[in-house]
Design a protein around this ligand. Sequence first.
Ligand code: URA
Length: 191
Amino acid sequence: MAKTKKARRLDELAAQIKVCTRCPLWESRNEAVPGDGKYTSEVMIIAEAPGKEEDESGKPFVGSAGRFLNHVLEGTGLDRTDFFITNTVKCRPPKNRTPKKLEVDTCTSNYLFEQIELVNPRLVMLLGTVAAKTVLGVKSVNEARGRVIERDGRKFLVGYHPAVRFYREDLGEKVKEDFALLKREIKRLAK
Ligand code: URA
């Protein structure tokens, strides 16, 4: 079947991301990571930036954080192929440092914000402080998690980044709570 105009534009953005040199992160990356999943999904997941294994493969959430994400999703019965998953910044920052303002601003103004408009999800889950700050302007995950935030005709949820579990094991349970809320909100979309 012929691709829609939106799908063709999403492909075009992915191709541009792959060869992007608009901010300094391109110099140290192996593969840029445009995102993965269903272009027509009602649900979009946005995290921080690719890590080592994502940088090697060009796919989001294939490393240890991704394995924990899959485990959490298994517990909810949700499947990651049902979502469109991407990151605030599409190239791995050296040693996984937090992306800098210039990197975030460049990447979101050229790619992320248009990806959101094109996928046009009804529900967006923001994982971690960088995504939550960038998309909603909130100061921290704690300020916003556990509730639905309505903005620009969409619903947003903020949750801990799955990688927090690797340095604070107790937060693994919070990640599970965040995805339980995601599941509840997905069910509400169907009503
Ligand atoms: N962490 C992220 O924020 N994104 C990925 O794709 C992998 C790890």
